[in-house]
Every structure is written in structure tokens, then in C-alpha cells.
Design a protein around this ligand. Structure first.
Ligand SMILES: NC(=O)c1ccc[n+]([C@@H]2O[C@H](COP(=O)([O-])OP(=O)(O)OC[C@H]3O[C@@H](n4cnc5c(N)ncnc54)[C@H](O)[C@@H]3O)[C@@H](O)[C@H]2O)c1
Length: 475
């Protein structure tokens, strides 16, 4: 029999979780403090933008309801996921203020419930937060004992915005940090029904799971930075091509191809802050976290490198179009968006900047109100642009033709940060195509690298005289 579950927090991850769970036959009760989010869910609408979310909420509406009332949700479910925000605080740690509020409400509801209930913290928290930050509040508010009257787990999800529902239903593995076996068994039983494949479930202490979650994200950021170092290097080597190098590197099973692309730095609401937070907890406890600090500093410097490069290629031009204002394609989120940062910096440098994004135009209009004009269509954005920056791999950008870029102009410069445009563009008269991560001036690069070797090579000896060793005496 499928359980009734509840999800506290109907944001980007929580609403997708509701839809994913309902699609697997669970009856799901969503809880939020925002009436709009609750009303949206009750009418089959998506409270946030996410690929396929509204379609799924509509399709499984008969198994979904939402409420502002925590007690209703706890009484009518046997397990609750907490997926509320954990924003970064001034130290770089994750604040528990929303989670504390949610867990207090859950505790009060548990005080009036006789049956065993499992509470699962899914929000990203730092090591120790579940046991030492949230559990005491839960026990105090409920007047009950963990392990006896209720269970507790820390179990994060590993999703990417834009593919959240697909990722929730097809994870690489499940991670369960459990207070005790009973809590972990209850959650594993649910996960086994969510995923159709027989996936690995890694069960461990809550602290190890808290470390694993944030370490995974931070490790991915190291990989991104490494591939950006390679992209930078490839641009300086005659014929250098980061895609060719990465394909070879990624074929090694120790490395793998994912996130080894070379392009923009890591961005969005999770990666930058997770790296900072891992550094915070490690440094606070005395671990040497120089590697994480360097990664963060390097990532911030990537943008500076691009700004200098764009200023060089845009010298003599006035108008710049930025295609891609979300931090990545398929998302409306602009947190740490490289497109937004570039638009600001270039406007401040005196360029006339126009931006466009299929999903993030509304958010960008507010963020860039003093810096850039936001175009209502791609066509409008490209109309006057002399220099065009393609900052995300959006399908709408990948399909652009030479005629779309040129319109009535004789000449345009295109900087393709992900090398995602059609390769034929590089040969079209009037288009100067600059792919990031590939050498685009072999001649200058050859001069520099030749100089490096010529300066340091010693004169070639005409013949090499080997020291003669005496012949062994004849026996
Ligand atoms: N978005 C991601 O890509 C992602 C990925 C992995 C983990 N996470 C983590 O998941 C958590 C939630 O992230 P998000 O992006 O879904 O946040 P979000 O801001 O999109 O949504 C959070 C929702 O929680 C609601 N909320 C706040 N306090 C509440 C309370 N006391 N009770 C009930 N609802 C409450 C808010 O009103 C909002 O609707 C964070 O800890 C985040 O780090 C997010």
C-alpha cells in the first residue's frame, strides 16, 4: 500500500517533489506558509516555474492537495519532507530559520498525534544541523522522543533546476542519513517505490549524509573550474580545442565526461554557496580548506577574464546583445547568473547592452533596470547588436542562423561561451565567430609558444660523444 506523505515547502524543489511522488502513486499533502503556493497547488497550477511541473500537477491532481495547516498535514500522513529555504548567512553557513519554524510546527502537530511519524530534512543543511540544530526543537515542541515516538532522517536530493522532476525520478543513488534503522527503513521503503530501477541506497549517520551532500556539489564545482582552466589554456595553444581534450579526458572512467565542458564558471542558487559553506564548516572546525577557497576565488576571476576578452573583441563597437540571462538554460533563476554579471559590467564600461532570455526576462528586467534593455524577442535583441554573447545553451539560441544574427547588418561578432551554435557560422562572410575554449588566432598563439621553446632550448649538439668505457679484458 502506498503511504500518504507530506511535503513542507512548495518551492522549486518541494513542488517538484510533490508532483514526482504523486506520479508514483503516493497521496501527497503540500504545506507552505504562502497562501498563493497552496492555492496554486489546489487548482493544479505550478507555484514555480519548472520543466513539466504544471503538466504533472494537473495529471495527478487527484492525489495532491495543499494546506496552510501543518497539523492537518501531519495527522494525515506518515512521513514528512522538509524542503524549505536554508539561505546563506553572513558567515557563509546555511541559516536554519525557516527550517526551525517548519520543525516547530511539525513538533506541535506531533504532540497531538499518537502514531509513529518520520520527519525527513531534505533542505540543504551543514553537518550537525539536523541532530544538534533541529532535533532539540522537534523534541521540545512535540514533548516526544526521537527513535521512540518519531523517526528522523537527513536525506537531500541531487537535482539540477530545469530537469528537477526527471532527476527526482531517476537519481543515480539515494542518500539517507538516519537517526536509527527504523527511520531509515521507512524512508528507504518509500524511495524503493519512487525509483523503478533497483538503485543503490547509501545509508549512514545524519552527519555523514550532511557532509556527502555538500561535498558532492563542491566536488562538481572543482571539476567545472578545472575544465575552465583547460578552456583558458586551449585558447592559447595553436589549434587548441577544449572539447577535443575533454572528450579524451572524460573517456577515462576515473574522470568521466559530465561537467567537464569548459565555458562559464559555476553559478546558480546552489553550487557557489555550497562551496563557500563547505569551506565555512571545514575551516571552523580546523580543517585545511585552502583548496575550496582557491576554487571560489578562481571561479570569481573567470568572469573578469571574460570581461577583458569581450572588451578586446568589442573594441570599436557600441552595441552588445547578451543571449541568456538565467544562470543556465531551461531556468528562470538568475542567482549568480554570468549573463547578468556580464551585462552589468559591460554597461558600466559604456556599452549599450540589450538582453534576452526565454524564461528569465522578468527577473532580469528588475536586476538590470539600471544597466540594460530587455528585449521581448530574440529578433529584437539581435536587431542592432554588433557583438553578441551567447551565455547559455538554450535550444532557441542553438537554432539561430547567420541571417538571424546578421539581419540587415554587414558584420557581427559572436562570442559563443559553450560552443553550442552551428559550426557553419564560423565560415559565413560578415560573421566573426569566437568560441570560448578554442584557439581563434593560431598565428599569434604559435608565435608565443615558439618563443617559449626557442628561448629555453639548448643548442643542438652536432654529435653526442659517449664516454668510452674500457673493453673487458679477453679471458
Ligand atoms: N533549488 C535547487 O536546485 C535545490 C537543489 C537541491 C537542494 N535544494 C535545497 O532545498 C531547499 C529548498 O530550496 P528551493 O529552491 O525549493 O527553495 P524555494 O525558495 O524555491 O522554496 C521554498 C518554499 O518553502 C516555503 N516555506 C518557507 N518556510 C516554510 C515553512 N515554515 N513551512 C512551509 N513552507 C515554508 C516558501 O514559502 C517557499 O515556497 C533549500 O535548502 C535548498 O538549498 C535546492
Amino acid at each position: 500500500m502506498k503511504h500518504h506523505i507530506s511535503v513542507f515547502g512548495l518551492g522549486k524543489l518541494g513542488a517538484s517533489m510533490v508532483a514526482a511522488m504523486a506520479s508514483r502513486g503516493f497521496h501527497v499533502i503540500g504545506v507552505d506558509i504562502l497562501k498563493n503556493a497552496v492555492d496554486a497547488l489546489n487548482t493544479g497550477l505550478a507555484p514555480v516555474q519548472e520543466t513539466g511541473l504544471e503538466e504533472m500537477l494537473t495529471a495527478y491532481r487527484h492525489r495532491i492537495r495543499a494546506t496552510l495547516n501543518s497539523e492537518d498535514a501531519i495527522r494525515n500522513s506518515s512521513l514528512s519532507f522538509i524542503i524549505v529555504p536554508t539561505p546563506s548567512d553572513e558567515r557563509g553557513a546555511f541559516s536554519l530559520k525557516y527550517a526551525e519554524h517548519a520543525i516547530t510546527e511539525i513538533g506541535r502537530a506531533l504532540a497531538r498525534k499518537n502514531e509513529y511519524h518520520v520527519v525527513v530534512v531534505t533542505s540543504t543543511v551543514l553537518p550537525g544541523a539536523t541532530r544538534y540544530g533541529l532535533l532539540p526543537i522537534l523534541e521540545a515542541a512535540s514533548g516526544k522522543k526521537c527513535g521512540q515516538d518519531f523517526g528522523l532522517c537527513y536525506s537531500p536530493e541531487f537535482i539540477a533546476l530545469g530537469t528537477t522532476i526527471r532527476d527526482l525520478l531517476n537519481p543515480d543513488f539515494f542518500l539517507i542519513g538516519q537517526f536509527d534503522d527504523r527511520s531509515g527503513d521507512a524512508l528507504e521503503a518509500i524511495y524503493r517505490q519512487v525509483c523503478l530501477k533497483n538503485l543503490a541506497v547509501h545509508r549512514m549517520s545524519m552527519e555523514n549524509a550532511e557532509i556527502a551532500k555538500i561535498a558532492l556539489n563542491s566536488y562538481v564545482t572543482l571539476k567545472i573550474s578545472f575544465s575552465n582552466v583547460l578552456a583558458d589554456l586551449c585558447e592559447r595553444i595553436p589549434g587548441g580545442n577544449v572539447d577535443v581534450v575533454s572528450a579524451a579526458l572524460g573517456a577515462d572512467s576515473r574522470i568521466g565526461r559530465k561537467y567537464l565542458t569548459g565555458g562559464m564558471g559555476f553559478a546558480g542558487p546552489c553550487f557557489p554557496r555550497d562551496n563557500v559553506a563547505l569551506n565555512f564548516i571545514g575551516s571552523s572546525l580546523g580543517a585545511n580548506c585552502n583548496l575550496l577557497q582557491s576554487n571560489d576565488a578562481y571561479n570569481q576571476a573567470v568572469l573578469g577574464r571574460f570581461i577583458e576578452k569581450i572588451k578586446q573583441v568589442a573594441s570599436g563597437f557600441k552595441t552588445i546583445a547578451v543571449l541568456g540571462l538565467a544562470y543556465k538554460q531551461l531556468s528562470h533563476v538568475i542567482d549568480h547568473s554570468p549573463g547578468i554579471a556580464l551585462a552589468c559590467a559591460l554597461a558600466e564600461a559604456g556599452y549599450q547592452v540589450t538582453g534576452y532570455d526565454p524564461l528569465a526576462n522578468d527577473a532580469a528586467r528588475i536586476a538590470l533596470r539600471h544597466h540594460a534593455h530587455i528585449a521581448d524577442s530574440l529578433e529584437q535583441c539581435l536587431k542592432e547588436a554588433e557583438v553578441i554573447l551567447v551565455t547559455t545553451r538554450d535550444a532557441a539560441f542553438q537554432g539561430l542562423t547567420a541571417a538571424d544574427f546578421l539581419q540587415s547588418k554587414n558584420q557581427v561578432t559572436i562570442v559563443d561561451f559553450w560552443r553550442c551554435l552551428h559550426p557553419s557560422l564560423s565560415t559565413v562572410p560578415g560573421i566573426r565567430y569566437i568560441p570560448i575554449g578554442r584557439c581563434f588566432d593560431d598565428e599569434t598563439a604559435a608565435l608565443r609558444i615558439r618563443e617559449l621553446w626557442e628561448k629555453h632550448s639548448s643548442p643542438i649538439p652536432l654529435c653526442i660523444e659517449l664516454p668510452m668505457s674500457p673493453l673487458p679484458a679477453a679471458p
